[in-house]
Design a protein around this ligand. Structure first.
Ligand code: ZN
Length: 439
């Protein structure tokens, strides 16, 4: 049978979960929260019984999930910091993971600072995560027969038959072509011209580098329909840049190695919808209270499917802005944008802090710079590394410093160094601004 098709076992499982997600996305926020609480209670019961760290924590807090879980009680539980995952290790792992959740693998996330954390993920959890990526494909209404290109850290130069396993289990898909993001931009560009994909997935900084290369060299990708970004904060100007280079929209995807998909871009707007069926997302102010729409706070995550290593109220280190309910009608909560980490905050001499952004059209207008990276060394001093075909003249440096100070909100002392290439973080990601004093 080709039509209507008769899915195999794995396809049936994917479609079975998708069918539920197709419905739950339209539920009211109240109904979603109610179902989350039912699942949360199950997870916390398991954590309290079988995970040493939570057994001890819950006992100390006088919290017994078997007696029922309310949102108030949940929000009083202590946060789990990243360094605690690094330090506690085994104490966070379940002594009796449910056998039906399948084999457990260990995933390592090196992070931008190079301090790795290890998390355990069951087959069941991995399956949930993959189905959310299928949801994302369906939200964008992508043409599954078209060619998909992915430029990712450490990826081999290759061509494979299906886009990915979960999608392929339920739908026919075309080929995926992959390349390592460590390759020079010019080489990536030649590869893209040869492959001519309909979709391109890569990091925002890599996408911006490619878009600028295509604009500078007057090159086109006539088949490209959409760019898809993940893994780093998407700067506001990258969407405009992709439109200028290829005439395509950018779709962003907020996820992490520890907890899989966190929020997907709305099919109709540029903000993100929290994936409430997989993760509880809290955005908290400095006092630990939930932020109202329009406010920025710390992102705190609780995975709903991770029994092998429950992460309860995990402060991942990101900051995000809460958005109002979405006019598209989905009840999934809205994150208006993800702003990055504490170390991406600039601190001014008066003690105030904000997340600076450096739209490329600004610096391109004053100097022939290809890429910039700023490091704040003190409240008065910032060092800038840049790549460019030649060293900037003193006048260009002065104009660039002036523009940067405008973006930073203060007249910092700025020192420039031209480098052959700007080093990426150990996880292959790029941050254009890092503060050494933000803590
Ligand atoms: Zn929406």
């Amino acid at each position: 049978m080709i039509w209507p098709a008769h899915p195999g076992l794995e396809g049936a499982r994917v479609l079975g979960l998708l069918w539920q997600l197709e419905r739950s996305q339209w539920w009211t926020p109240e109904r979603l929260a109610e179902r989350q609480l039912v699942q949360l209670r199950r997870l916390l019961e398991h954590a309290g019984a079988h995970v040493p760290l939570y057994r001890e924590r819950f006992a100390r807090a006088g919290f017994d999930p078997r007696a029922g879980v309310t949102w108030d009680a949940f929000r009083r539980l202590p946060l789990l910091e990243r360094h605690e995952i690094q330090e506690t290790g085994e104490a966070l792992c379940s002594e009796a993971p449910p056998p039906r959740h399948g084999r457990i693998r260990t995933a390592h996330t090196s992070g931008s600072t190079g301090r790795p954390i290890s998390v355990r993920v069951s087959e069941a959890t991995g399956f949930y995560w993959r189905v959310f990526s299928v949801r994302e494909h369906l939200w964008r209404d992508r043409d599954f027969y078209a060619r998909y290109a992915m430029i990712d850290t450490g990826a081999a130069d290759g061509e494979y038959r299906g886009w990915d396993a979960a999608l392929g289990a339920a739908f026919w898909t075309g080929a995926i072509v992959t390349l390592g993001s460590e390759r020079p931009i010019a080489e990536q560009a030649r590869w893209l011209l040869r492959r001519s994909p309909a979709y391109l997935q890569t990091y925002p900084s890599n996408l911006a580098g490619l878009a600028r290369y295509f604009v500078d060299h007057g090159l086109l990708l006539p088949r490209l329909r959409e760019a898809r970004t993940y893994g780093e904060v998407l700067p506001g100007d990258t969407r405009a840049l992709a439109r200028r280079a290829w005439g395509v929209p950018v779709t962003d995807f907020y996820s992490c190695r520890e907890l899989g998909p966190i929020a997907l871009q709305c099919p109709r707007y540029e903000h993100l919808h929290v994936q409430s069926e997989s993760v509880v997302v809290e955005v908290l102010d400095d006092a630990g209270e939930p932020c109202p729409p329009g406010a920025v706070g710390r992102v705190v995550l609780t995975g709903l499917t991770g029994y092998a290593m429950p992460l309860v109220r995990y402060a991942i280190g990101d900051y995000a802005e809460v958005g109002p309910p979405c006019p598209c009608g989905r009840g999934l909560p809205v994150l208006r944008r993800v702003l990055g980490r504490q170390r991406n905050l600039v601190t001014l001499p008066d003690g105030s802090r904000h997340w600076p952004t450096f739209p490329a059209e600004g610096w391109l207008a004053v100097a022939p710079v290809r890429q910039l990276r700023l490091v704040q060394r003190s409240v008065t001093h910032i060092e800038v590394e840049y790549t460019a075909p030649r060293t900037l003249a003193p006048g260009e440096q002065q104009r660039l410093a002036q523009w940067l100070c405008g973006r930073l909100g203060h007249s910092f002392r700025i020192a420039f160094t031209r480098v052959a290439a700007i080093a990426r973080a150990p996880n292959g990601k790029f941050e254009d601004f890092v503060s050494e004093i933000a803590r």
